[in-house]
Design a binder for this molecule. Structure first.
Ligand SMILES: Nc1ncnc2c1ncn2[C@@H]1O[C@H](COP(=O)(O)OP(=O)(O)O)[C@@H](O)[C@H]1O
Ligand SMILES: [Mg+2]
Length: 345
């Protein structure tokens, strides 16, 4: 009796052990295959844009998070040999720590599409679109999203015709259509400085955007996992949010959440998400706003590879919601994808 009872218990325990083992093994295998599929990461940083230094900071922060998460990764500096480097390395996924031209504009994304390497963030079309402030505005207008009135100027230093700008009142904003980090941007208080501003912007791009200056509050709304995070208010110590005030500690103050009433905060979040979706941005982005005196939130631009050091704005907004920096990086790796699933599909 003892024996049978004993054997019954043993049999039951054994059966349970086997079932648990199978279950765990199943979980383990699916978990393993998921982790394994994304185990070898190419961390692409640097690049050839005016935002190279910012990219190196983002890359360093990403590397720290990848270490913490236990990924195997290789750092690649994006130069003309990027395709060769990727072909040799054959990574499971490309984590893009790049910003600006030859990076945020669909060019790197195109290389990854060709090599069938899933990459973080937006696809080719959205990246190219959002890098171009002029075309972004066309999409915003089509989707009834408020954006400052503007005019596109094709820069020709020998034949500069500014007559098309007479409709604007001062101050007005002059900026390269395809750059970032406030490079080449001027706020013109009067006609006297217009030509100088156009020449400065012309150093960065042949396509120059001239737009109405919106005097109100500066806001930015990070999007993560296709969800709008809490809006951040930016108060530069003086002047506008230029390169120095963006990247010098203490040169700007940040309020998280922005000092707006709940309904306006919600409205800004809705507009940010609408912008992200209208531009077909993927996984994450950051939408910049100025709040007009009429309380209209005007979308200034959308960034598809926003700065991502632990002190950057997107990680700050994520932390506000309990999402750690390493979680942000894990999301970017796990959600990395391709525009086309297979050749021909
Ligand atoms: N229409 C505008 N009205 C007021 N300020 C502006 C306007 N456009 C740009 N700015 C100022 O210039 C900064 C950079 O402009 P933005 O269009 O976001 O270009 P970038 O891609 O360089 O960040 C903004 O954060 C804001 O401070
Ligand atoms: Mg901006």
């Amino acid at each position: 009796m003892f024996k049978s009872e004993n054997s019954k218990i043993t049999g039951f325990t054994y059966l349970r052990f086997v079932l648990v083992l199978i279950g765990d093994l199943g979980k383990e295998i699916s978990g393993m295959s998921k982790v394994k599929a994304r185990q070898r990461v190419a961390l692409i940083q640097g690049g050839m844009s005016s935002e190279r230094q910012i990219s190196l900071s983002t890359g360093q922060a990403f590397a720290g998070a990848l270490d913490e998460l236990g990924y195997t990764y290789q750092v690649i500096d994006a130069g003309p040999d990027l395709p060769d480097q990727l072909v040799k390395l054959k990574p499971d996924v490309a984590l893009l720590a790049l910003h600006g031209k030859f990076a945020e504009d669909g060019t790197v994304q195109g290389i990854c599409e060709y090599l069938r390497i899933p990459y973080s963030g937006s696809g080719v079309l959205a990246s190219a679109l959002c890098m171009n402030k002029y075309f972004t505005k066309q999409v915003l207008i089509f989707n009834h999203i408020p954006t400052p009135d503007f005019e596109l100027l094709r820069f020709d230093e020998k034949n500069l015709d500014l007559s098309q700008l007479t409709k604007f009142q001062y101050p007005l904003v002059v900026k390269p259509s395809r750059d970032g980090s406030s490079m080449g941007i001027s706020i013109c208080q009067s006609k006297d400085t217009l030509q100088e501003a156009v020449f400065l912007a012309g150093k960065y791009d042949r396509e120059i955007l001239v737009e109405n200056f919106i005097p109100g509050m500066e806001l930015t709304v990070p999007i993560l996992k296709d969800r709008a995070l809490t809006p951040i208010e930016i108060v530069p110590e003086q002047g506008f949010y230029d390169f120095r005030r963006k990247y010098t500690a203490g040169a700007s103050q940040y309020y998280l959440p922005a000092r707006l009433d709940a309904s306006l905060l919600e409205q800004v979040q809705e507009l940010a998400l609408k912008t992200h979706q209208a531009c077909q941005a993927r996984v994450y982005s950051r939408v910049d706003f100025r709040l007009g005196p009429d309380k209209v939130p005007y979308v200034i631009e959308i960034n598809t590879l926003p700065g991502c050091t632990p002190t950057s704005l997107l990680p700050k907004a994520a932390a506000h919601e309990g999402i750690r920096f390493s979680d942000v990086v894990r999301i970017l790796v796990e959600e990395a994808s391709l525009d086309y699933r297979e050749w021909g599909a």
